[in-house]
Design a protein around this ligand. Structure first.
Ligand code: NAP
Length: 248
């Protein structure tokens, strides 16, 4: 049976690195993205050039209708999903909690938490042996922020990752005897464009001295942990967290 992987937010950063590595390992890939069609199509092009199977599907994971359309498109064009990486995530300009308004909090929690729940729901419907599916694996992309709290920068983002951790623990137990494993990675400071959204594109350079390994991480280092958790090598691992954070 062909392995079919949906990566939310796969058009750049950690998601794009995961898409490339997964294609090398024989997965058919759906690269989901929100706005940047050109970037998503370029990842798909690099996979298909090497003989892999990949499609790009635009969907805002915060919107239920978009998520349903995303999974239906994959059903039709690649086959039933067997692996999901809940990677799409956002943060906003660095500020203290007393400055945060409800609109911002709603955007953060909608994209990071509700998006992951909706995608997990659609994946479970297709993977669970309870629904006649073949089983599968889900990896949620959390963050070390869930246990550090990100004071003075984005406590809202950190709290959304705390919710992802709890989703991982609860869902893992809920579907453990239905053939589905659910795990998470907690990246530390990784060189991607996400830090520009916080207003500090070079944030990793500023904070890297606080990392025991004294360096930031590369997206592919996170992708390798994600791929291990998705693989049969991790067959007895569920409800677990892999830290990819240089000891932070
Ligand atoms: P990034 O470079 O900013 O990429 C984010 C990706 O998510 C883009 O492909 C973006 O697509 C997509 N996206 C954003 N909102 C979306 C939505 N509502 N629906 C669908 N796609 C959406 O981020 P990254 O650094 O690779 O981060 C990936 C994940 O790792 C996130 O969950 C992040 O919280 C987590 N993480 C990152 C770090 C780090 O240091 N980089 C550390 C810990 C955890 P468009 O460009 O089309 O909008």
């Amino acid at each position: 049976m062909e392995k079919v992987l949906i990566i939310t937010g796969g058009s750049r950063g950690i998601g794009a690195a995961t898409a490339r590595l997964a294609a090398e390992q024989g997965y058919a890939i759906c690269v989901n993205y929100r706005h940047d069609q050109e970037a998503a199509h370029s990842i798909v092009g690099s996979i298909t050039q090497l003989g892999g199977r990949a499609i790009a599907v635009a969907a805002d994971v915060a919107l239920e209708g978009d998520v349903i359309h995303l999974f239906q498109t994959v059903d039709e064009q690649l086959g039933k999903v067997t692996a999901l990486v809940n990677n799409a995530g956002i943060l906003e300009r660095q500020m203290r909690v007393e400055e945060m308004d409800a609109a911002r909090l709603n955007r953060i929690f909608a994209a990071n938490v509700i998006g992951s729940f909706l995608c997990a729901r659609e994946a479970v419907k297709r993977m669970s042996t309870k629904h006649g599916g073949p089983g599968g694996a889900i990896v949620n992309v959390s963050s070390v922020a869930s246990r550090l709290g990100s004071p003075g920068e984005y406590v809202d983002y950190a709290a959304s990752k705390g919710a992802i951790d709890t989703l991982t623990i609860g869902l893992a137990k809920e579907v453990a005897d239905e053939g589905i494993r659910v795990n998470a990675v907690r990246p530390g400071f990784i060189y991607t464009d996400i830090h520009a959204s916080g207003g500090e594109p070079n944030r990793v350079e500023r904070v890297k001295e606080s990392v025991p390994m004294k360096r930031g991480g590369q997206a592919v280092e996170v992708a390798k942990a994600v791929l291990w958790l998705l693989s049969d090598e991790a067959s007895y691992t569920t409800g677990s967290f892999v830290e990819v954070a240089g000891g932070k």
